[in-house]
Design a binder for this molecule. Structure first.
Ligand SMILES: Nc1ncnc2c1ncn2[C@@H]1O[C@H](COP(=O)(O)OP(=O)(O)OP(=O)(O)O)[C@@H](O)[C@H]1O
Length: 277
């Protein structure tokens, strides 16, 4: 049996798997995904009916599947058009989309921080990079929410139950709020810097994350990175920094290998290396 297996067959399988995988990626979060799941279940039932030689059921399911395949292009014409357009536009389009998305996210967060700064409302935002911060957010309030100026401002709004502690951002989403971070041990810090800044530095010493702090007392924005603090950032600097961060995330997200790794990691959380989520 194995002797009949040619290298062309292997190539065939790889190409078809790749095409199916890309198609499924394009369909994720669309109405069509429900239909794909439905067809998959019907296919399984049809196979089971054939194995158990249930002829009437097998015939009925076979006919239903044929009818479904004819109905798909009619019902999902808008989705199919979008899929074909995306296929045609290719990488340049993807890169431009990534740039636009990163700019939008950077704008949302910058506007939120500048607003908080203007109102002298304290804030601590942690930008997760490759080191997973699960240990930090596990005991906090998990959000997994879209980033928006309004949400970031609301999370730090005084008396909001989540305003105490840090907000963690990753993969263009707000992962968690009210997170307790490890404090830095650095004794050379100015004694005017309190626990918010010490926590913001602490997390950058135990991971490759960056932190952005809005000081309630001085109304200034600072950056924490690798245990160092840069104070008094201007709006332009904050935006540029955030743009770099979100662009890097978009590029990581875009690669097929990275997509596969992320999906595997979500299926088997332990499989991504000791530092990853
Ligand atoms: N370990 C921690 N992890 C996350 N956030 C913390 C931590 N410790 C303190 N904070 C946040 O810092 C706030 C207290 O800030 P504090 O005034 O002590 O710091 P600060 O560095 O002087 O900041 P600010 O300039 O805004 O006053 C707390 O209300 C809490 O929201």
């Amino acid at each position: 049996m194995l002797g009949l297996f040619r290298w062309q067959d292997l190539l065939d399988i790889v190409i078809i798997s790749f095409v199916v995988y890309r198609l499924l990626l394009l369909l994720v979060d669309t109405r069509a995904m429900q239909l794909v799941k439905g067809i998959f279940v019907l296919g399984l039932l049809a196979a089971a009916a054939r194995v158990f030689e249930l002829q009437a059921l097998s015939w009925l399911l076979g006919k239903s599947l044929t009818a479904l395949f004819i109905a798909i292009p009619i019902v999902f014409q808008p989705e199919l058009r979008r899929v074909l357009e995306e296929l045609g536009r290719g990488q340049i389009w993807q890169r431009r989309q990534a740039q636009e998305r990163a700019e939008q996210l950077a704008d949302e967060v910058t506007r939120a921080l500048v607003y908080l700064q203007g109102q002298k409302i304290g804030a601590l935002l942690v930008l997760e990079r490759t080191t997973g911060l699960k240990d930090v957010w596990r005991t906090a309030v998990r959000l997994d929410a879209e980033i928006s100026q309004e949400l970031v401002v609301s999370l730090f709004w005084p008396n909001n139950p989540l305003h105490d502690g840090a907000v963690i951002v990753n993969k263009e989403r707000i992962l968690a709020a009210a997170c307790y971070l490890p404090l830095t041990e650095n004794s050379n810090l100015s004694r005017w810097l309190g626990t918010r800044h010490r926590a913001a530095l602490g997390v950058t010493e135990v991971s490759d994350a960056m932190s952005l702090i809005v000081s309630e007392e001085r109304g200034e924005i600072s950056l924490g990175i690798k245990g160092h603090l840069s104070r008094g950032l201007k709006e332009k600097q904050v935006r540029r920094l955030l743009l770099h961060y979100f662009l890097a995330r978009e590029e990581q997200k875009g690669g097929l290998l990275e997509q596969l790794r992320r999906e595997l990691r979500e299926l088997w959380p332990g499989s991504g290396g000791k530092n990853e989520i």
